[in-house]
Design a protein. Structure first.
Length: 93
């Protein structure tokens, strides 16, 4: 179950801006610096940077290939499997 869900139609500026992340954080009483953001698109990395998230982790089973996501400076790590994602998240806990 998700505590907060927001998309492009529920925030003033959608991704690549961090407004959606910030709105979710506000509703959950979190600061973005506490957030590990996981995404599969360049706009996810940019939004995480704009919101000042603790980190952004890219996953390779989404809509973009590895080369596309490697070009995005906002992702600190790219993961090919759920196991890799679990390990990447664990580094921040």
């Amino acid at each position: 179950r998700f505590s907060s869900i927001h998309g492009a139609n529920s925030v003033p500026r959608p991704k690549p801006f961090g407004d959606g992340i910030q709105k979710c954080c506000d509703e959950m009483d979190l600061h973005p610096s506490q957030v590990i953001y996981v995404g599969d698109a360049p706009t996810d990395a940019r939004a995480a940077v704009d919101a000042q998230c603790r980190t952004a982790i890219g996953v390779l089973w989404g809509s973009n290939d590895e080369e596309t996501l490697k070009k995005e400076e906002g992702f600190t790590t790219l993961c090919s499997t759920v196991e890799e994602l679990e390990q990447a998240i664990a580094k921040y806990l």
